[in-house]
Design a protein around this ligand. Structure first.
Ligand code: 6PG
Length: 477
């Protein structure tokens, strides 16, 4: 075969990825179960580069130079397993199979092990950036053997997004499921970012009394500062959109029930298993869930809230500045939580993930790309063993400067009855970490009282139990 890479599964992501490889000078074998899609791709985009249309798995495999590199771009779950089962018998030792979908990292670990036993490299690669990114440069998070990255890395570096300093937004994240784990957490952070932006929007609308168009302007201004990011940028675009049919703001005609495909939920499920508090991300997932409970919301509309007090024009402008502070502080906390989860996953599965590099490859191409990520890279570069992003001096200082406004915004939201679960939960996390003493001591006392679950003391080593039902003396257990 002559093709340096093959792509099977030519839905929009697969098709755009294949075109991206071709536009970068690689010969690309393309395959799809429905062959019409393969032919359509070559017909429509054949002039962009060198494609080899393959109509059967056998033709596809034969089209690839060896050791083969093939990218599977089908739906996560069973469809991915089915394609792997179909192709594995046709492959040889040393070939590299890439799964570019949003697979669960546990599935990736299983598939990697199965294929490794047959001498085939399996690379679970998170790819972020949507359709546009797949075509013009995504952020790529590949996990798998170091050897597979040697063969694949240079090609991925070519097709990936480039950060402002020119660095390709791809790195060998770590073995087996590491890449998909990092992509999962990326999406969890994406959910939190989106929820925080949503809360900011709602406060600006309901408390400050701004119109959607005015809020779009505010976001545009924020986008020139430290919040400079893709999600803030597109938020301004979405808020400026006017519905052609009604002349109303687009946001006012969209049903307010957020959907999800599962990666945010996985981030929280895995965090619970790892014992990592990702409260901001969890609240973002729950917020989507609440929004979708139409009947429950309908049945609750009569519940009493506070009397709203809209702000005057001067107050509104000052409030908007405070919301920017709150948004930034909460964002720092939600990234802190997400990176904690990656660190915990890396530790548990022995992945040795470089957290600074993860932040670096998110600087371009992906949905959460932001100027802010440079800062995270610097924080980890300054101190690889940083126990938490909040332990970084410059982030801590920024939060210190933002905290009064952050608290004021949270207080206003609560007093006015505007739901801000992500703003308030990230603030509670911050205060929990700061607290000299937590009521966990009382929790331990209660557990010891009703279940003799024992406790430890602040002043002596050992495990203790108080004879609550007897003379209430303490015994060492
Ligand atoms: C990306 C996105 C991408 C996809 C999400 C959307 O990084 O390019 O995260 O993976 O758009 O899966 O997720 P929900 O449908 O769950 O919002």
């Amino acid at each position: 075969g002559t093709a340096q890479i093959g792509v099977t599964g030519l839905a929009v992501m697969g098709r755009n990825l294949a075109r991206n490889f071709a536009r970068n000078g690689f010969t690309v074998a393309v395959h799809n179960r429905t062959t019409a899609k393969t032919d359509a791709l070559v017909k429509e985009f054949g002039d962009e580069g060198a494609f080899v249309a393959a109509h059967t798995p056998q033709e596809f495999v034969a089209a690839l130079e060896r050791p083969r590199r093939l990218v599977v771009m089908v739906k996560a779950g069973e469809p991915t397993d089915a394609v792997i089962q179909e192709f594995a018998p046709l492959l040889d030792e040393g070939d590299v199979v890439v799964d570019g979908g949003n697979a669960h990292f546990e599935d990736t670990r299983r598939r990697e092990k199965e294929l490794r036993e047959r001498g085939i490299h399996f690379v679970g690669a998170g790819i972020s950036g949507g359709e546009e990114g797949a075509l013009n440069g995504p952020s790529i998070m590949p996990g798998g053997s170091a050897e597979s990255y040697e063969s694949l890395g240079p090609m991925l570096e070519k097709i990936s997004a480039k950060a402002k300093d020119g660095a390709p937004c791809v790195t060998h994240v770590g073995p087996d499921g590491a890449g998909h784990f990092v992509k999962m957490t990326h999406n969890g952070i994406e959910y939190a970012d989106m929820q925080l932006i949503g809360e900011a929007y709602q406060l600006l609308r309901d408390v400050a009394g701004y119109s959607a168009t005015q809020i779009a302007e505010i976001f545009r201004t924020w986008n020139t500062g430290r919040l400079d990011s893709y999600l803030i940028e597109i938020t301004a675009e979405v808020l400026s959109q006017v519905d052609a049919a009604t002349g109303k703001p687009f946001v006012d005609v969209v049903l307010d029930q957020a959907e999800q495909k599962g990666t945010g939920r996985w981030t929280v499920q895995i965090a619970l298993d790892l014992g990592v508090p990702v409260s901001g991300i969890a609240e973002a997932v729950f917020a989507r869930s609440v929004s979708g409970h139409a009947a429950l919301r309908e049945a609750s509309r009569h519940l009493v809230g506070p009397t709203a007090r809209k702000l005057g024009a001067d107050e509104a402008a000052a409030f908007a500045d405070q919301v920017e502070q709150a948004l930034y502080a909460s964002k720092i906390v939600s990234y802190t939580q997400g990176f904690h989860e990656i660190a915990a996953g890396s530790e548990k599965y022995d992945w040795n993930i470089d957290l600074g590099k993860v932040a670096a490859i998110w600087r371009g191409g992906c949905i959460i790309r932001a100027a802010f990520l440079d800062r995270i890279t610097s924080a980890y570069e300054a101190r690889a063993q940083l126990p938490s992003l909040l332990a970084d001096k410059s982030f801590a200082e920024e939060i210190a400067a933002a905290q009064d406004d952050w608290r004021a915004v949270a207080a206003t939201a609560i007093t006015q009855g505007v739901p801000t679960p992500a703003f308030t939960s990230t603030l509670a996390y911050y205060d929990s970490l700061r607290a000299e003493r937590l009521p966990a001591a009382l929790t331990q006392g209660q557990r010891d009282y009703f279940g003799a679950h024992t406790y430890r003391r602040v002043d002596r080593d050992g495990v203790f139990h108080t004879l609550w039902g007897g003379d209430k003396t303490e015994v060492e257990s």
